[in-house]
Ligand binder design. Structure first.
Ligand code: DC
Length: 226
């Protein structure tokens, strides 16, 4: 149940490269809401810990990094301390490490407060894996946004090439499949379709169509909770 005393939340969960980040950011923009890219936080822990040579198995050290890293989101840029790391965190290597270190409950716990702090008026659109199930179970709208592995690999390929990174389709397919398996099977906050979530398969939808669908659902949910 949505708690009407708190700013409303739209939770958008889904597998990697499903387009949830793009859709969530556009919905937030259309509504004038804040936007939480929770995957970026795991990617930041991944980058910061890689630089310090810390293994993805070292849960206690990783959770210290997660709790102490200086993160800020400024005009679409993601800052670690004073450094703009927006592009550095988007590589496949950093994403793969993020998926590995995200299995540790201590690391997840260390990021809870930071994520809850994004819930500010007039509202929040939050994207990730456990937004509806763990972080914001009282979200007004819960969407599970997905697409076929082939469609997601193609999107990721285009994104990487557009950013000037090299990419290979068969490696991407293998990597996405492995990451889906790890994110869905971990014991702590696995990627699941949360209770009350609506599934949106975007394999054959444009970004605009996906955004419009989420907006329609949000309008309907706002009317029913008024
Ligand atoms: O959404 P993304 O690809 O940027 O996320 C990178 C990794 O971070 C993902 O493979 C698993 C982890 N993650 C998570 O465990 N929980 C979240 N809410 C968001 C991301």
């Amino acid at each position: 149940m949505s708690d009407s005393s708190k700013p409303p939340v739209i939770a958008i969960d889904g597998p990697t490269a499903s387009g949830k980040g793009t859709v969530a950011a556009l919905v937030a923009n259309a509504l004038g809401f804040h936007y939480l890219d929770s995957g970026a936080l795991y990617r930041l822990v991944s980058l910061a810990s890689e630089r310090e040579g810390i293994s993805t198995e070292n849960a206690s050290f990783l959770s210290k990094i997660a709790a102490s890293m200086l993160v800020s989101f400024q005009n679409g840029q993601i800052m670690l301390g004073n450094e703009d790391v927006s592009d550095l965190i988007r590589t496949e290597k950093i994403g793969r490490r993020a998926s590995k270190l995200a299995v540790h409950p201590e690391v997840r716990q260390a990021l809870v407060r930071l994520q809850h702090d994004f819930r500010q008026n007039p509202g929040l659109v939050a994207d990730g894996r456990d937004m509806a199930s763990v972080l914001f179970p009282d979200a007004r709208l819960k969407v599970f946004l997905t697409a076929s592995v082939a469609a997601r690999a193609e999107r990721r390929y285009k994104q990487l090439i557009a950013k000037g990174f090299s990419a290979n389709m068969s490696d991407l397919l293998l990597d996405l499949t492995a990451r889906d398996a790890r994110d869905s099977s971990r014991g702590s906050a696995p990627l699941i379709v949360a209770e009350g979530a609506i599934v949106l398969d975007t394999s054959d939808l444009s970004i605009d169509q996906a955004v419009s669908q989420v907006m329609r659902w949000y309008e309907a949910s706002s009317k029913s909770s008024a």
